[in-house]
Design a protein around this ligand. Sequence first.
Ligand code: HEC
Ligand code: HEC
Ligand code: HEC
Ligand code: HEC
Length: 170
Amino acid sequence: MKKKIPWVWLIFGVIVGVAGLATMNYTLHETSTTEFCSTCHANDAAKEWKMSKHYSNQYGVRVGCSSCHLPEEFIPKMKRKMKAVGELYAHHVTKTIDTPEKFEAKRKELAESEWARMKENGGQECRNCHFMDTINNPEKEFLKDMHVSALSGGQICTDCHKGVAHKAPD
Ligand code: HEC
Ligand code: HEC
Ligand code: HEC
Ligand code: HEC
């Protein structure tokens, strides 16, 4: 006798799968908002960001935390999310930056870690918005060529522009 196809199980599996994906999608989204980051970073990084051009500028464009800190590509995004588990631990258990003094003492190390991450992907997050070959400043015509040649020479934005959203370390 032919074995019956377990349709019920198949349908059940699909439902569980879809629900799982939806949950993952929802969680990824909810843990990527500036509001979420600010639950921990309100007194340090987020406070400084609010004084930067990436928060407020003549065009009224606001650049949130994840636009600079969270890669858009799936694997790098998941890698960054795994690292965030360490941040959870550092926030609740080891309390590495829970006072302004501790944050200041650790700022350089944290900034260097972020610069290194950006160096590795060629400053991809910055380049998702900034296209140097279309830079158009009539008062500083040299800017376009200067940027294009700096980038083709292997430099990334943060090699020259430090502290674009926070105070740069000393
Ligand atoms: C649960 C609290 C918490 C949340 C939420 C949180 N962070 Fe953090 N974050 C920390 C702590 C604590 C550190 C310091 C980690 C250490 O001491 O190594 C940190 C470090 C960092 C660093 C330093 C660089 C690095 O690689 O360590 C960056 C950048 C950062 N967070 C960005 C973000 C962004 C962007 C978000 C939102 C998507 C976010 N954080 C959400 C607690 C948090
Ligand atoms: C989501 C889009 C977006 C991303 C991502 C982004 N920027 Fe910007 N950036 C802007 C906008 C919008 C302005 C404001 C333009 C103005 O006011 O002239 C700006 C302004 C700037 C300026 C000039 C103003 C200043 O603060 O000195 C620099 C330099 C800059 N960005 C560098 C960077 C670097 C470096 C990164 C990556 C770490 C980055 N940007 C990521 C959109 C973005
Ligand atoms: C070799 C160093 C160097 C690199 C690398 C570099 N810049 Fe610049 N950038 C400069 C200098 C110098 C200026 C001019 C500052 C001024 O005029 O006050 C400038 C100006 C700018 C401006 C302001 C433009 C304007 O019209 O006033 C923006 C935005 C900017 N850079 C973004 C970026 C981004 C994004 C990257 C990476 C994709 C990048 N830069 C890479 C050195 C660099
Ligand atoms: C325009 C891009 C940009 C935005 C927007 C941005 N950051 Fe950053 N962030 C950086 C860069 C680049 C560094 C590396 C140090 C530097 O150059 O200032 C950094 C460093 C940090 C650090 C390490 C400590 C330090 O001061 O260097 C933390 C924590 C952090 N960011 C959290 C956040 C949070 C939270 C938000 C949103 C409220 C945010 N960032 C928004 C680009 C950005």
